[in-house]
Design a protein around this ligand. Structure first.
Ligand SMILES: [Zn+2]
Length: 265
């Protein structure tokens, strides 16, 4: 009997491992639980594991006398070393141990949005060299637009499958600039032969502008982050408008291509 189901209630997040890989990790979890229960007499086996990608990192248990224990689990928890022990406990006692809530709270803190939960292995910085695009080269070329000379070595740039989102925002984010460490992160989705040069340049240039025109102090009336001076700088990229329209038009397709590429890994 197939004991694992990957439940896709919504789009599978681009940052998550592929459903095939998640299924694989689910199998290892079941094997680990079975091994823990091997010596226990007369226990309810884990009869079904449903893995989801809900907005909340959760774990839910349904224990029925006839069917045994069914568990619904957020995919991010598959990386959590204590989960095997918790699930074995649940099979033995018919309920999850009290420490589960502490574990969930820790994961909930790491969860910024449904698309950007940082899975282990995918957050590795990965450097600036991509499969198709070298971000160092893109950075050097856009710095020529800066009205004041900027030393490329004063900024850091790398690919990331996970780009942090402000709380509550659901759109996928293509790039980010961490102003204090001057670090630009570009979503790996853009490392695609299909991306026009102007588009990747525009994304990087936008982030460089955050360095050149940092956020305003809190309490101002105009937009704090993308303020007038910022927009003025951003428009120095000759293809700013076309690139932004291109992204608007092609984002869904980009995400699909990225998902397909992930599933094929
Ligand atoms: Zn921005």
């Amino acid at each position: 009997m197939n004991r694992i189901r990957v439940f896709r209630e919504q789009d599978w997040p681009a940052a998550a491992p592929s459903p095939a890989e998640v299924r694989e990790r689910g199998s290892s979890l079941i094997r680990a639980v079975d091994a823990r229960l091997a010596d226990a007499a007369r226990v309810e086996r884990l009869h079904q594991l449903v893995i989801n990608a809900n907005r909340q990192v959760g774990i839910r248990l349904a224990a029925t006398p006839r069917a045994g224990v069914a568990l619904r689990l957020h995919w991010a928890l598959l990386d959590e070393p204590r989960v095997g022990a918790l699930v074995a406990h649940a099979c033995l006692r018919g309920r999850l141990p009290a420490e589960t809530s502490t574990l969930l709270a820790a994961h909930a803190r790491r969860l910024t949005s449904d698309q950007t939960y940082a899975p282990r292995g995918l957050t590795a910085t990965g450097g600036a060299a991509g499969r198709w695009i070298d971000l160092d080269a893109v950075l050097r070329s856009v710095l020529a637009l800066a009205p004041v000379p900027v030393d490329p070595a004063s900024l850091r740039i790398h690919w990331g499958a996970w780009v942090p989102m402000p709380r509550g925002q659901r759109r996928v984010r293509l790039g980010s600039m961490h102003v204090p460490t001057r670090t630009i992160r570009v979503h790996r989705m853009l490392d695609d032969a299909w991306i026009p040069t102007g588009v990747i340049e525009y994304v990087v240039w936008h982030e460089v502008c955050h360095h050149l025109a940092p956020p305003l102090a809190p309490g101002v009336r105009e937009p704090r982050i993308h303020h007038a001076r910022f927009r003025e700088l951003e428009s120095l990229h000759p293809q700013a408008q076309e690139a932004s329209a291109w992204i608007e038009q092609n984002l869904t397709r980009l995400m699909q291509r990225y998902r397909v590429a992930l599933a094929a890994r």
